[in-house]
Design a protein around this ligand. Structure first.
Ligand SMILES: Nc1ncnc2c1ncn2[C@@H]1O[C@H](COP(=O)(O)OP(=O)(O)OP(=O)(O)O)[C@@H](O)[C@H]1O
Length: 637
């Protein structure tokens, strides 16, 4: 057991619902002094030794460097803090080469490849670009695989549908295009994860795909690899004559061949960064568009041309309305975190994009849906968007990775701050991500932590896009190793070295819990997820218990008690919430058969199940953002 785990066990304040009811907050160092009856022990937070609150270093505006500059890199408190700090970022030098300013974030690269006489001709090697994109093995800002990476191979895979292609075992050509393999090697990926093993031949065979795999198990590569590989093989599509389209020069609109839609701005940025890696030196020009960023820059970027477009639905609708993007050439449509996009009220925008514009119909394009959770309603959306698709699930749909040690602590609301400080003080290594339910709480908790001399920052829907990106960059670089976040950071974000996720407030939806804790324990690395639970969370008690059991985690007795109480009289149990989360192990809504374990294939009987309720949806937001380009409703987070 790691030191951290041992420390956490000691910290376990109570094992049952008979938790101490005294709520007066006593900071840990005072508690320690009380316990020893004298001098406080040595400061545990080594890096803050002798710090009084006023002594935070003002290291100037050093956002631009890429290393972890330690204390000297921090700004004085107001520059990374919570609600009272907005507007205080005066310096524009934070944009490093992995920059954050929207549109084409670095301008056109000079090393694109070409497609000549039916052949892909990669562009020249550019060592600087290579270093920016792929980093070095030692750079902690680049995720490397952990000790449990090989264990992914033991997760049972279910692939249903007609004539499911055989999975591949290694990154080989065929089916992958040679140049893509070169880029995969640069990314130091030695073998495909299970979702990639299946998705690559499925897409290569021209099939549609609905894929569900645990958080952190490589779904991004699961769609980027096959889409890029096929694109590298097939070359660009010719462009309709209605536009004096000139590749690589100014044009009135862009005609991407691949479109990736994802729910949050941060997630589309991240997918774009991954796309840049794997499209390096190829003919494919990736681009990203999302709300909250300068639309003028994005329009200019679209006019410079783009082949693979990563977008949030709201901003894409805006660009479509302005006639800046045409979907006439789309061959590949990817919906990442598809269920979240529906939750956020993006369905009208998605339907507008997929059905209301000039995108080729379902028979003419390939469509891929990816997520770690798949409530039934998304499977129903698949009826309209997918054709004869393969349903792929790696592990049980909605299950959590065993790489994450889950701890549930009974903590009354009034004790949460105190326990959080204990957790943060117990281990200074790695990055800590703390989830709260509301934007207000995110600001308040962030300010509290800063007052307690922790380097914290926050991310939520009320911060400007610039502040959100800066907060994320501070967190990633370790300059603010604590990030207080609302659900806006729950999905998809891949931040290396997040060692601990704390659900300070548990979400009301268990799928959200699954995604939140999935910010740790990624790519075979291990991590800890602690949740503060009290009777106010009884609505998720049963589902939480199921999740813990499934992942072979300890189930505290208070959770069983509360789960029993809350399900009593409800006439049902289990994970049936949120639009009819599937109770049985088989999740392919077309399938009438059972569950196939261990990679066994099972053919679907065909015919869609209409049985799932779509009721009970949490509405995250503001559907009125339709067409505003600012992304779907993040009204409370
Ligand atoms: N074949 C591979 N070999 C090594 N590392 C990989 C491989 N595929 C992906 N990774 C790494 O694993 C990490 C997680 O991948 P990714 O972000 O695609 O996960 P995900 O399944 O999309 O997670 P989430 O459900 O949270 O969105 C990334 O840092 C990625 O670089």
């Amino acid at each position: 057991m790691s030191d951290l785990s041992a420390n956490m066990q000691k910290l376990s304040v109570n094992d049952d619902a008979s938790a101490p009811k005294t709520g007066a907050y006593i900071p840990p160092h005072v508690r320690a002094r009380m316990a020893t009856g004298g001098e406080a022990p040595q400061q545990q937070r080594g890096s803050y030794n002798n710090n009084t609150r006023g002594s935070f270093q003002n290291g100037g505006n050093s956002y631009g460097n890429s290393g972890n500059s330690g204390n000297s890199g921090y700004n004085s408190r107001p520059s990374y803090g919570g609600n009272n700090t907005r507007g205080s970022f005066g310096n524009n030098s934070y944009g490093n080469n992995r920059g954050f300013s929207g549109g084409d974030r670095r301008g056109p690269r000079d090393n694109y490849g070409r497609f000549v006489d039916g052949k892909h001709v990669p562009g020249p090697v550019n060592e600087r670009t290579e270093l920016e994109l792929f980093g070095t093995q030692e750079d902690p800002q680049f995720q490397s695989t952990g000790i449990n990476f090989d264990n992914y191979d033991d997760i049972p895979v279910e692939a249903t549908g007609t004539d499911v292609p055989e999975p591949l075992l290694a990154f080989t050509s065929p089916p992958l295009e040679e140049h893509l393999i070169t880029n995969i090697k640069l990314a130091r990926y030695s073998k495909p994860t299970p979702v990639q093993k299946y998705s690559i031949p499925i897409v290569a065979a021209g099939r549609d795909l609905m894929a569900c795999a645990q958080t952190g198990s490589g779904k991004t590569g699961g769609f980027l690899f096959p889409v890029l590989s096929q694109s590298f093989f097939n070359g660009p599509s010719s462009v309709p004559d209605d536009n004096q389209h000139k590749r690589f020069s100014y044009q009135t609109k862009s005609y991407p061949t691949a479109l990736v839609l994802a729910p949050t701005r941060e997630l589309v940025l991240q997918i774009f960064e991954e796309a840049k890696k794997f499209a390096y030196r190829s003919w494919v020009h990736p681009a990203v568009v999302y709300g909250g960023a300068d639309i003028g820059q994005q329009i200019a970027q679209m006019r410079r041309g783009c082949d693979l477009l990563v977008a949030t639905p709201g901003r894409l609708v805006d660009l479509l309305e302005r006639g800046i993007v045409s979907l006439a050439n789309i061959k590949y449509l990817v919906l990442d975190e598809a269920d979240r996009m529906l939750d956020m009220g993006f369905e009208p925008q998605i339907r507008r994009i997929v059905e209301g514009e000039n995108m080729p119909g379902v028979q003419e394009r390939q469509t891929l849906l990816f997520s770690a959770t798949f409530p039934k309603d998304i499977q129903e959306l698949a009826r309209d968007f997918l054709k004869d698709y393969v349903f792929l699930s790696v592990g049980r749909v909605g299950s959590t990775s065993e790489n994450i040690t889950q701890k549930i602590e009974y903590v009354e609301d009034y004790d949460k701050k105190s326990i959080l400080l204990d957790i943060l003080a117990a281990d200074e290594t790695g990055l800590k991500l703390i989830f709260v339910e509301t934007k207000r709480m995110a600001d308040a908790l962030c300010d509290f932590l800063i007052n307690e001399e922790f380097y914290a920052t926050s991310i939520h829907g009320d911060r400007t896009q610039r502040e959100r990106e800066r907060a994320l960059e501070m967190f990633k670089s370790g300059r603010a190793p604590i990030l207080v976040a609302t659900a806006v950071a729950a999905r998809g974000l891949d931040i290396p070295n997040v060692t601990h996720v704390v659900n300070y407030d548990l979400p009301t939806d268990i799928d959200d819990y699954v995604h939140r804790i999935g910010r740790t324990g990624r790519a075979g690395n291990t991590g800890i997820a602690t949740a503060f639970f009290n009777r106010g969370n009884k609505g998720v008690a049963r589902e939480l218990m199921d999740i813990l059991k499934e992942a072979n985690q300890e189930v505290p007795s208070f959770l069983e008690t509360v789960a029993r109480e809350s399900s009593f009289g409800r006439g049902g149990s289990g994970r049936g919430g949120r639009g009819g989360r599937s109770n049985g192990p088989s999740r392919d809504s077309r399938s009438s058969g059972g569950y196939s374990q261990g990679g066994q294939r099972q053919q679907s009987s065909g015919g869609y199940s209409q049985g799932g309720s779509t009721g009970g949806h949490k509405s995250y937001g503001n559907q009125s953002s339709y067409g505003s380009g600012n992304g779907g409703g993040d009204s409370w987070w």
